[in-house]
Write a protein that binds this ligand. Structure first.
Ligand code: NAD
Ligand code: 3PG
Length: 533
């Protein structure tokens, strides 16, 4: 069995991207195109990475079959052909390459608008059919026309720039766009969609397909737009209700439509809009330029390579980005977070419902999202299994278990430079564990409110006992007799004669029989044996 990472390229990406992957000695690259789901499942077995465009569907079945999968790389923007929840559940990172095809797509959408305005495809067809018909192809200028851009992200903004250069008035509808950005782009921002489109001569769509955006242009809304509007969709099929569009084109309410994308791709022969008048179609070609494909092919190859070799996460759609610099900065906290999670799972009450993590000191100034995922991962290893939970699915796994998770930053100076405090509770009982760094070295500094000090390594024995003479000696005798060496010891008590916590770091794991023997010592209240590695 080869210990190389197998990479499956399941859609055509640039040769430079493939070469980049092939140049890595620890990778084996397989290019298999046009796979049906069953073939895709077979091909996905044992691969570490799958690279796609929008052609194939990375379904839950494919993800299930891909038993060694770590990352799905999308050479492009839209990830609607990938089952993201299923990938997250399986702990697979999904990355795309936003930006690499922006200009190509904006140019293509603009070309569609120009073709529509001047009926270029129809005129072209008559010329090559031997006709010289100059009467039927009178078009319309773009100059002075009103354009509504729905979705003013990367592509929308590039489109708007070009439209302004053509003398168009640009209206933007994008609930997530700031007024400042709109001003910078020189576009009129509208809060209401009907208001944004009602006077438009042209409408262009540039947003992802989501539950919120599906059929954004439906029959009712299109009917409210002034007669003669022309619609361009170079984003995703389904943003416009294509059947309603076909009807309104037939009626002449919509004067023309240019589509690069369809609700079903490829559209079947009886797809109504294909037979409507004044239409221009391309088969999802927005990103199909040499430049865009070179760019996204190289980007995705680099991202997949860095992820498999160094764990770098860039442009992931299902987990926070971690570039090498951030990874170096938060790496020690992340590893310590996992240990704290592992630790608290071993002293937690049953049926924990809530976990809260407080960050203070310098840590409170960092982006702690990943550290929190690390704590959850460590915590969930016990109930779920260490091979089943990772940084990607930790949040969704916790949610599935009904574990409510919150994090907060405690203001003001603390006794420690960096403090991570993990609380778990089932509503009645609580466990709390706190960790800090002493000169860069991680330490457990508090357990259930008691000060302790121990390196988070090896096996820890946490004993709650009555504060009375002879306890330490009794532990030492039993452990010594059973060849278990004590490497470190930390003691803490509430009041003299009250209860005490003894935290022992051991060089080997005590057997259950040894733990039972320790439990028999008069004054011992509870013992937790915590294995950290
Ligand atoms: N035809 C092609 O070949 C092709 C190529 C590249 C991208 N695309 C598609 O184009 C779309 C846009 O890509 P992008 O790179 O500009 O993405 P982007 O993320 O930069 O922009 C998307 C914009 O849509 C906005 N948006 C989200 N929900 C909205 C809503 N309900 N109403 C209005 N606006 C909303 C967002 O705020 C964002 O500004 C994506 O769906 C992408 O898959 C198609
Ligand atoms: O979302 C995208 O990036 C585009 O739809 C391009 O898709 P493609 O890579 O299949 O051309």
């Amino acid at each position: 069995m080869s210990d190389k990472h197998r990479i499956l390229v399941a859609d055509p990406i640039s040769q430079t991207g493939i070469d980049l992957l092939q140049a890595e000695p620890s990778f084996e690259v397989e290019v298999k195109l046009g796979l049906k789901e069953a073939e895709f499942c077979e091909a996905a077995k044992g691969v570490s990475a799958i690279v796609v465009r929008s052609g194939v569907k990375v379904t839950a079945k494919v993800l299930e079959a891909a038993d060694k999968l770590k990352v799905v790389g999308r050479a492009g923007v839209g990830v609607d052909n990938i089952d993201i929840p299923a990938a997250s559940k399986r702990g697979v990172v999904v990355m795309n390459t936003p930006g690499g095809n922006t200009v190509s797509t904006a140019e293509h959408a603009f070309a569609l608008m120009s073709s529509l305005a001047r009926k270029i495809p129809q005129a072209h067809a008559t010329v090559i059919a031997g006709r010289w018909d100059r009467k039927h192809f009178q078009g319309t200028e773009l100059n002075h026309k009103v354009l509504a851009v729905l979705g003013m992200g990367r592509i929308g903004a590039e489109f708007a720039k070009r439209a302004k250069a053509f003398g168009m008035t640009v209206i933007a509808y994008d609930p997530y766009l700031s007024a400042n950005r709109a001003q910078l782009l020189g576009v009129e921002l509208r809060d209401n969609l009907d208001d944004a489109v009602k006077d438009a001569d042209f409408i262009t769509m540039h947003m992802p397909l989501t539950n919120e955006t599906k059929h954004m242009l439906n029959e009712t809304r299109m009917r409210k737009i002034k007669k003669g509007v022309r619609i361009i969709n170079c984003a995703r099929g389904g943003l416009v209700d294509d059947n309603a569009l076909a009807k309104l084109l037939e009626e002449g309410h919509v004067a023309g439509a240019a589509l690069d994308v369809f609700e079903v791709e490829p559209p079947p022969a009886d797809y109504p809009v294909l037979h409507a008048p004044n239409v221009v179609f391309t088969p999802h070609l927005g990103a199909s330029t040499g430049e865009a494909q070179e760019s996204v092919g190289i980007e995705i190859a680099e991202q997949v390579k860095d992820n498999l070799l160094h764990g770098t996460v860039v442009n992931a759609v299902n987990m926070p980005n971690v570039d090498p610099k951030t990874l170096a900065e938060i790496g020690p906290f992340l590893r310590f977070g996992e240990i704290l999670g592992r630790l608290i799972s071993q002293i937690a009450p049953q049926r924990v419902e809530k976990m809260r993590i407080n960050y203070s000191g310098k840590l409170g100034e960092l982006d702690t999202t990943l550290i929190s995922r690390g704590v959850l991962k460590g915590y969930l290893e016990k109930p779920i299994g260490a091979d089943q939970v990772n940084l990607i699915n930790a949040m969704s796994t916790a949610e599935n278990l009904g574990l409510k998770f919150t994090e907060s930053r405690l203001p003001g100076p603390t006794a420690f430079n960096d403090l991570i405090e993990v609380h778990v509770s089932n509503g009645e009982d609580t466990a709390v564990i706190s960790g800090s760094f002493f000169g860069g070295d991680p330490r457990i500094v508090k357990i259930n409110g008691r000060h302790v000090e121990a390196r988070p390594e090896g096996t820890l024995l946490l004993i709650e006992n009555d504060d009375r003479p002879g306890m330490i000696g009794a532990y030492g005798t039993i452990l010594g007799k059973n060849q278990v060496n004590i490497a470190n010891m930390s003691l803490s008590r509430n009041v003299e004669g009250g209860t005490a916590l003894t935290l022992l770091t051991l060089d080997s794991v005590p057997t259950e029989a040894v733990i039972k023997e320790l439990e028999q010592i008069p004054g011992v209240i509870k013992i937790y044996s915590m294995v950290l590695e």
